[in-house]
Ligand binder design. Structure first.
Ligand code: CMX
Ligand code: CO
Length: 145
């Protein structure tokens, strides 16, 4: 069951500059940052609020680490902006299987590693009304992140 907005993914050319925009404009601070080589991104997670399921909702700011990454490709075509949305679930495997059975393409056979050790998969934007959609199970679903 999808129980929250886990994050909104925003693609940018310059992560430090974008982090500073969110800090100066809204007062949001970086909760966590990391490089995910498999996804080809350097990212910052800004925690916006805790949620009723014991999790939280974030903004995920994404800067590409290499030219052939999905985010670099997207930025070249679209410029900066909202890249994807992510729903949180305690069971990414089960929810991905249920959604796949409804005819939506799930991009990974098995969930991969996302922010903060989470397990993630993606649904094809062409099957989701043009919205790249991620499903996320936190490393510790009972914890605040
Ligand atoms: N949102 C909406 N539509 C998108 C999209 C996005 N983020 N990315 C691509 N598309 C659309 C394109 O506009 C294109 O549409 P048209 O054919 O109408 O022009 C179509 O999908 C194919 O796009 P493409 O540029 O040829 O890109 P690919 O097919 O090579 O890749 C996708 C698209 C979704 C399979 C790829 O981006 C992917 O695997 N995404 C999942 C991984 C990811 O995004 N990782 C970065 C974030 C990591 C994280 O969140 O932790
Ligand atoms: Co994401």
């Amino acid at each position: 069951m999808l129980t929250r907005i886990d994050h909104i993914g925003i693609a940018c050319f310059d992560l430090d500059k974008t982090v500073e925009f969110y800090r100066a404009t809204y007062g949001f601070e970086v909760y966590h940052s990391e490089v995910n080589e498999e996804q080809g991104v350097r990212e910052a997670m800004l925690k916006i609020n805790d949620t009723g399921d014991g999790g939280a909702s974030y903004l995920q700011l994404l800067e590409p680490t290499r030219e052939d990454s999905t985010v670099a490709k997207w930025l070249a075509k679209n410029g900066e902006g909202v890249h994807h949305i992510a729903f949180g679930t305690a069971d990414v495997d089960g929810d991905a299987a249920d959604i796949k059975a409804k005819g939506v393409r799930v991009l990974y056979e098995e969930p991969r590693i996302g922010s903060m050790g989470s397990r993630i998969t993606f649904l094809h934007p062409k099957d989701c009304g043009g919205v790249l959609t991620e499903l996320v199970t936190s490393a510790d679903p009972g914890a605040a992140h």
